[in-house]
Write a protein that binds this ligand. Structure first.
Ligand SMILES: Cc1cc2nc3c(=O)[nH]c(=O)nc-3n(C[C@H](O)[C@H](O)[C@H](O)COP(=O)(O)OP(=O)(O)OC[C@H]3O[C@@H](n4cnc5c(N)ncnc54)[C@H](O)[C@@H]3O)c2cc1C
Length: 548
């Protein structure tokens, strides 16, 4: 028997679940299949980035994230040290998640919520929509694509079935079967390091040393950085990573126990929960899909976890794809719309993968700038050497810790469905992040007088912001959208801070919260504008002179 669904999602990791949730939120029926039972043996991600939190705000699930059981008062410091019972070389203090303020550029902040807490939140969100079906224990094996539909072969409960879908999205992780079956290769560096992650339980961990509670400990030996330990749940579970090198190595249990002893500086009691050997990669898929089959998340890009960009980039893929799938499903999306997914998201994959590798290089720069023997030697006389080395390393690592520009500053200014306004592109800096409403950028956050954020105005359809006093009515744009069935709400705002952030009096924001077009007066041909931003008429020339 063949089942029919509009959208089939393969893989129920965080990216597949976020896509299912966003599609459900948009009223697009979808089925997600996941080959496992959904249990997470070893949580990988734990940093929910600031942009992902803005999506959670849009989806109305902030309370669920806030109430995740990672303790709100667990300090988030990064500590650089020789051993837990050795010398502290430096520290980057960060407040616990309950006390970290939001930066001025967002109504949200990053959150520390590990995968075994975050995946259930995303699954609960997806399940809250009657049109979303999550099926566990169902494995995708093959796909056949025709001009009109896609047929997926799925194994479940010892039986084989077929699911016919209008569109299939592979969010099935780094070893993606969907990507393989499309014959899409990946380019880049397949092995940056061979790393071993060890999840261990130790309820009294912070009582065994004098460094206090912290999120991440980075261990520096005579060979440079060799090990990290992170507080996975802010309580009794920790993850040790033996960082490794590009040379293949399989750490034995004896290696793992020796590393834990060396990190603590003495023997201690702990229970090993799981060991995961993995390869840190720097790879991006050569294409993000075909006409009807797409890949997103780790299926499309694999990066070093340094920076915490992996899942957050994948959720950005999901949000870009979801509104386009909604548009074609509901009939208002243009013929070229879905193909802009690759054009918009692949450059972001390349950008974020490269930044993650730069972060790794920063951490491993200790292997070139080796510490001298004095930093490991006892005595106050060597404290100055420790301070100097730790200060240098802290300066290097700040690039990774302060990266709102990476999380919020990705832009689609080269996209065929973004209308340029003739202004020059600002630099793409990881820090400091400066908001811009230049077409292609994330629509800036500004607080409204009633306490909402500008981000609270945008979401399901297009939003036409009419700003300042005596704003243009925007009637031609509204009418062109109406004629084409494109959902558009028109919002007039007189707050000065909004006009300052957006710099033009008319700004068209897409359903994913990126600026599609802006000007100070209505376009000469509003129909052409709407056709451009809905992917019907690819590429439109700038129609207005930029206003200085
Ligand atoms: C140590 C470590 C720390 C990290 N920390 C962070 C962080 O703090 N922040 C961050 O953003 N990222 C982080 N990452 C990266 C992040 O974990 C991944 O980018 C993220 O999990 C990718 O999500 P995904 O849904 O694309 O893929 P996955 O999480 O790999 O999920 C894929 C799912 O598809 C299923 N599947 C596979 N094949 C099939 C099939 N044929 N049929 C059905 N189902 C299938 C799998 O069972 C799996 O559940 C970290 C990674 C590591 C290794």
């Amino acid at each position: 028997m063949t089942r029919h669904v509009p959208v089939l999602i393969v893989g129920g990791g965080p990216v597949g679940l976020a896509l299912a949730g966003d599609l459900g939120w948009r009223g697009v029926p979808c089925t997600l299949i996941e080959k496992t039972d959904g249990a997470i043996e070893q949580p990988k991600m734990d940093l929910v980035g600031i942009r992902t939190m803005e999506f959670c705000r849009r989806w109305g699930i902030l309370d669920w994230v806030r109430d995740a059981p990672y303790p709100p008062d667990y300090p988030q410091d990064y500590v650089y040290l020789t051993a837990l019972n050795g010398y502290e070389l430096g520290r980057e203090p960060f407040p616990s998640r309950g006390f970290e303020p939001c930066p001025p550029e967002s109504p949200q902040k990053r959150e520390r919520v590990p995968q075994d807490m975050f995946d259930p939140i995303l699954a609960r969100f997806a399940r809250s929509f009657p049109d979303v079906t999550l099926r566990y224990g169902a494995e995708f094996v093959a796909v056949k694509e025709t001009k009109d539909e896609v047929t997926a072969t799925v194994k479940s409960g010892g039986k084989t079935e077929t699911i016919a879908a209008q569109y299939v999205v592979g969010t099935d992780g780094g070893a993606s079967t969907v990507r393989e079956s499309l014959g899409i290769g990946m380019s880049g560096n397949p092995a940056l390091t061979y790393t071993t992650n060890v999840m261990f339980r130790c309820p009294d961990f912070h009582k065994l040393h004098d460094k206090g509670k912290a999120y991440r400990f980075i261990f520096i030996g005579p060979e440079g950085v060799w090990l990290t330990i992170v507080a996975v749940n802010g309580a009794d579970r920790f993850r040790m990573s033996i960082v490794g090198t590009p040379q293949k190595i399989e750490h034995t249990e004896a290696d793992v126990r020796a590393a834990l002893k060396q990190a603590m500086g003495r023997n201690f009691d702990y229970e090993i929960l799981s060991v995961m050997r993995w390869v840190r990669r720097e790879l991006v898929a050569d294409r993000y899909g075909t006409e009807r089959v797409f890949i997103a998340g780790d299926a499309a890009h694999l990066m070093s976890p340094t920076g915490g960009f992996g899942m957050n980039t994948g959720i950005g893929d999901a949000v870009d794809l979801a509104w386009k799938l909604e548009a074609v499903h509901k009939g208002w999306g243009g013929r070229g719309l879905l193909q802009t997914y690759d054009a918009e998201r692949r450059p972001i994959g390349l950008r974020n993968v490269a930044e993650a590798s730069r972060n790794l290089k920063r951490m491993l720069s200790t292997r070139e700038h080796l510490p001298g023997p004095d930093i490991f030697a006892p005595g106050a006389a060597n404290d100055a050497a420790r301070k100097e080395y730790g200060g240098w390393f802290a300066g290097v690592m700040r690039k990774e810790w302060f990266a709102n520009g990476v999380m919020l500053g990705y832009r689609y200014d080269q996209s065929p469905i973004v209308v340029p306004d003739g202004t020059p592109a600002p630099p793409d800096l990881s820090h400091p992040y400066r908001q811009t409403a230049r077409p292609g950028a994330r629509a800036p956050h500004a607080w409204l007088d009633d306490g909402r954020s500008t981000l609270d105005l945008v979401g399901r359809g297009f939003t036409l912001l009419r700003l300042g006093e005596n704003t243009p009515a925007g009637k031609s744009i509204e009418s062109a959208a109406r004629q084409r069935g494109v959902p558009l709400q028109s919002v007039a705002l007189s707050e000065r801070q909004v006009l300052d952030a957006y710099e033009r009096r008319l700004v068209l924001v897409r359903p994913d919260g990126h600026v599609a077009w802006r000007a100070d007066r209505e376009p000469d041909d509003a129909g052409a504008l709407i056709d451009a931003v809905r992917g019907e008429r690819i590429s439109i020339k700038q129609q207005q002179e930029p206003v200085s």
